[in-house]
Write a protein of this length. Structure first.
Length: 125
C-alpha cells in the first residue's frame, strides 16, 4: 500500500472511539451536504423552472383549444338570396355583368392582314 494511505489508517486507529465515530459519520455528512448544495440544489431549481414553463404552456394550449372550440367547425352557409346571386353570377345571368371573350382566341378566328415577306431581290429595292 502507498505510504500516505498507511499513515492515514494509523492516524484513524490512534483516535479514540468518540473521535472515530465523529470522523466516520462526519465525512459522509459533509459529502452529502456538499452534493446537495453543489449538484442537487441547482438541478432541483432547474426542474422546478422547467415544470413552471410546462404548466404555462399547458395553460396556453388549453386557452387556444377553448378559442378553437368556440369557432364554427365549417364556414357558415349562405342564405337563399346570396346563394342564388352567386349562382347567377357564375352562370352569367346577372344584369350588368358581361363576360367578355378572351383577347386571345383560337388561331382560325384571327385574321391575318399581312402577307409573308418575299425572299430574294424584290425585298432589297
Amino acid at each position: 500500500m502507498p505510504m500516505k494511505l498507511l499513515q492515514m489508517l494509523n492516524r484513524l486507529e490512534a483516535l479514540s472511539l468518540r473521535e472515530r465515530l465523529m470522523v466516520l459519520l462526519g465525512a459522509p455528512l459533509v459529502l452529502v451536504v456538499a452534493g446537495e448544495l453543489l449538484v442537487f440544489g441547482p438541478v432541483g431549481k432547474e426542474a422546478a423552472e422547467a415544470q413552471k414553463q410546462a404548466d404555462g404552456q399547458q395553460d396556453e394550449l388549453k386557452a387556444l383549444s377553448a378559442v378553437l372550440a368556440a369557432q364554427p367547425a365549417v364556414a357558415p352557409l349562405l342564405d337563399d338570396d346570396e346563394d342564388s346571386d352567386i349562382q347567377a353570377m357564375i352562370l352569367g345571368d346577372v344584369e350588368g355583368i358581361e363576360i367578355a371573350p378572351s383577347e386571345e382566341g383560337p388561331e382560325e378566328n384571327v385574321e391575318k392582314s399581312e402577307a409573308p415577306p418575299e425572299s430574294g431581290s424584290a425585298s432589297a429595292r
